[in-house]
Ligand binder design. Structure first.
Ligand code: ADP
Length: 414
């Protein structure tokens, strides 16, 4: 089955086509046919495209909206220029899997999209006003292009965290605010946490029930999850992806009184302060330079700038603090798993986060750590009581696999 995986964001449409079915999933032999991104639709769009291992192509097109972008994309893939031989028309795409950011309390697992599910995703717009409307546009555009008979599946960022117990998901604010508005911790990056937990247990030959780990997804957005017996029992992102770890441009945890103070002093509205916390804070806000960890580390090497150093120090300290709190929440764990652009590629940040965790039984193996860049494996010593791994995430693959399993009515284990 050729599954088109779509991630429709506010300024970009990311896509992949993955050929898979139950047999391929079983054998771990899914095939990536092509992948890429269309950035800034609504004017001149920049398209990045790669068929299998061919060189990346980059070109521009005038695309008015997401429907036009999707239509253009499928035509391009079907053309001779793309280098894709498997797709000749829309009929060669048998299913579409969508990343949907917020599934609220309703979607505990991935769902086959019908009018009822569409309505459910719409009902979650209040909880994710920046994300769900774009995800919905992606779904509607795909319906238009492929027709109602091509099955589409929604895979939610929040679903994996449905197992979090009340004591961890409720905020200590008046309870009626939860009852009236469903204000609670939902957590995000669920597809990534779920995927690396699956890879971890496959690597170690463990069952789901034997999976007791802390996963750290460190990319532009960052989050931690406490996974006990295979279930997420706590996570650092909250009602929105703003809470928790320090991120590229997001503050993560802070005293809520800061919002009112900044609004008053700077003459801003609460929603303007929220935007500042989402887009001008984190690594960017502290360093005053960039949200890009690679650039910060390079700068640190060349100049040892005080604010750059602070940004990196605060980032690592917050991550370490979460590891400590989750070890307490879980009553100990077997391993820590790093993923995301930073977690997969930066031995330096992994080592800094793990330093002074020797009390918890974690010793990083410098050689293992250096070697594990862009590939999965152990980064601690083999005899560490608390092991550490770097495992590349692959949210698109999990979306494609869930799409197949949902369509065929097979269980899609978390
Ligand atoms: P997104 O959350 O948008 O998917 P990614 O997971 O790709 O983002 O992560 C982007 C982050 O990963 C950036 O801060 C980037 O600098 C960082 N990164 C990528 N490669 C490296 C590296 N080799 N060393 C340090 N940071 C890296």
């Amino acid at each position: 089955m050729n599954v088109l995986v779509l991630n429709a964001g506010s300024s970009s449409l990311k896509f992949q086509i993955i050929a898979t079915d139950l047999e391929h999933i079983q054998q771990d032999k899914d095939e990536r046919i092509c992948k890429g991104e269309i950035e800034r639709e609504g004017g001149e769009a920049i398209i990045t495209f790669q068929a299998k291992d061919n060189p990346k192509q980059k070109f521009t097109a005038t695309l008015r909206d997401i429907s036009a972008a999707l239509d253009y994309l499928v035509r391009y893939i079907a053309s001779d220029q793309s280098g894709v031989t498997e797709i000749r028309s829309t009929a060669d795409i048998q299913a579409v899997g969508h990343r949907v950011v917020h599934g609220g309390e309703r979607f505990k697992e991935s769902a086959l999209i019908d009018d009822n599910v569409l309505q459910g995703i719409e009902d979650c717009i209040d909880l994710a006003p920046l994300h769900n409307p774009n995800n919905l546009k992606g779904i509607r555009a795909a319906r238009e292009l492929f027709g109602k008979d091509t099955p589409q599946v929604a895979v939610f960022d929040t679903s994996f965290h449905h197992s979090i117990p009340e004591e961890a998901y409720l905020y200590a604010i008046p309870y009626h605010l939860y009852r009236r508005y469903r204000i609670r911790r939902y957590g995000f990056h669920g597809t990534s946490h779920r995927y690396v937990a699956f890879r971890y247990r496959a690597m170690r030959g463990l069952t789901r029930e034997q999976t007791n780990i802390i996963t750290l997804h460190l990319g532009n957005g960052c989050s931690a999850a406490a996974i006990k017996g295979g279930d997420s029992i706590d996570t650092s992102m909250g009602l929105t992806p703003l809470e928790g770890l320090v991120m590229g441009t997001r503050s993560g945890d802070l005293d809520p009184a800061i919002v009112g103070l900044v609004a008053c002093k700077e003459g801003m509205s609460p929603s303007e302060v929220e935007t500042l916390l989402n887009t001008q804070s984190g690594l960017l806000g502290i360093s005053g330079l960039t949200n890009d960890m690679r650039e910060l580390l390079a700068e640190l090497k060349d100049h040892d700038d005080r604010r750059v150093r602070l940004a990196v120090d605060i980032f690592c300290y917050r991550a370490r603090k979460y590891i400590g709190s989750y070890l307490a929440a879980m009553g100990g764990a077997d391993a820590i798993v790093f993923t995301g652009g930073i977690g997969e590629n930066s031995p330096e940040i992994r080592a800094r986060i793990c330093e002074s965790l020797e009390w918890a039984g974690l010793t990083i193996d410098a050689r293992n750590n250096q070697q594990m860049v862009g590939r999965g494996g152990l980064i601690s010593t083999e005899d560490s009581k608390l092991l550490a791994y770097a495992i590349p995430t692959d949210e698109e693959l999990l979306i494609a696999r869930d799409t197949v399993r949902v369509i065929l009515g097979k269980p899609h284990p978390s």
